[in-house]
Design a protein around this ligand. Structure first.
Ligand code: NCD
Ligand code: ZN
Length: 332
């Protein structure tokens, strides 16, 4: 097979940043995706109706064919009235960052109970809770597993609240999502599907493979692969593509985040083909996520062809995932 047609996919977790760089990142993802759920950890963060609408407009101007799905950041001063206003402008998710868990999360939440009233209101308004599921006080490789009881608690306290456990990185979290009710789903990235800790520190220190949550053991990666290839509707694609300039990653204190946007579909094609699961790719990138969020599935399509290309070493000053590697699938 030398050609493959997919419904135009959705990326349910992406960082497009702000200012001049935003246009580059929006245009890169628009080459492969029709809709993107943009994360609110910009500087300053997306915490007001006006900031969210301005952000949407900036993306629209940069990439007119890209549809933006909106988010807000849950922060300690959030008011219940804000939630009603967000709902009115069609915001899909409230993003929960434990304080200090990842890039630009210093203003996150340190006490989950503190936001119970917010979560209860989100449940009533049917706004999805998106969680960066890592417990910052735990050892770095155990942070995701340490967060699972919190998600469990949320499912018990707020049985109708829909929750997305973002960027799964461990076998334990995969199992937890399987065991939880259907109100809980999860996103899976390209890098957690393909890499382990060996790709980060096994031979040399590879700063461009550093992200939160950290890529983990071969067993963890295998569990994530099984989840993605399983055809289970709880698991869908979210890239967590998170560009940082080369010098911000290759530095004394390197930033967390992997720029995967330019290579997503070629790598997904390669991985699903390797496992003889290409028939499950459409639902993974353009079906289950839309269904979970209650939005219509994509009606457009995109064609990929088997044609080698070399991933550039840098794209707008950022080193992308798979830089310098030859990939087998190209956009037609
Ligand atoms: C993301 C970023 O750079 O904004 N970084 C990351 O390592 N994934 C934030 C996030 O989603 O954790
Ligand atoms: Zn992210």
């Amino acid at each position: 097979m030398n050609e493959f047609v997919l419904p135009l996919p959705d990326d349910f977790h992406i960082h497009l940043r702000q200012d001049q760089a935003l246009a580059f990142y929006a245009q890169d993802i628009a080459k492969q995706f029709g809709r993107v759920l943009v994360m609110p950890n910009t500087l300053p963060p997306l915490t007001s109706v006006q900031s969210i609408l301005n952000y949407k407009k900036a993306i629209q101007e940069a990439a007119p064919r890209l549809e933006t799905l909106l988010s807000f950041k849950i922060h300690p001063q959030l008011k219940l009235q804000d939630l009603e206003d967000f709902k009115k402008i069609g915001v899909l998710i409230g993003k929960y960052y434990p304080a200090g868990a990842t890039t630009n999360s210093e203003d996150g939440i340190s006490d989950l109970e503190h936001i119970f009233p917010v979560l209860s209101m989100m449940e009533d308004l049917d706004i999805v809770l998106s969680v960066h599921g890592e417990e910052p006080s735990a050892f770095c490789l155990d942070r995701e597993a340490a967060f699972i009881p919190k998600v469990q608690l949320l499912t018990e306290k707020f049985p109708k609240l829909r929750i997305v456990f973002e960027h799964l990185s461990s076998a334990k979290a995969v199992q937890a999502v399987l065991d939880m009710p259907d109100t809980v789903a999860a996103t899976i990235t390209v890098h957690h599907l393909t890499m382990t800790l060996d790709d980060l520190i096994g031979e040399n220190l590879m700063p461009h493979h550093f992200c939160k949550p950290i890529v983990k053991t071969p067993e963890d990666r295998e569990a994530i692969r099984q989840a993605a290839f399983s055809g289970n509707k709880k698991f869908f694609f979210g890239s967590d593509s998170a560009p940082h300039l080369k010098e911000k990653k290759e530095s004394f204190c390197g930033a967390a985040g992997i720029y995967s946007a330019p290579v997503i579909l070629p790598i997904l094609m390669q991985e699903f083909e390797k496992e003889d699961k290409l028939n499950r790719l459409a639902n993974f990138v353009a079906g289950f996520g839309a269904d979970f969020y209650g939005i219509a599935r994509s009606t457009q399509s995109i064609r990929l062809i088997r044609k080698e290309w070399q991933v550039p070493l840098q794209i707008h000053g950022v080193v992308p995932l798979a830089a310098g590697q030859t990939l087998q699938w190209s956009l037609a």
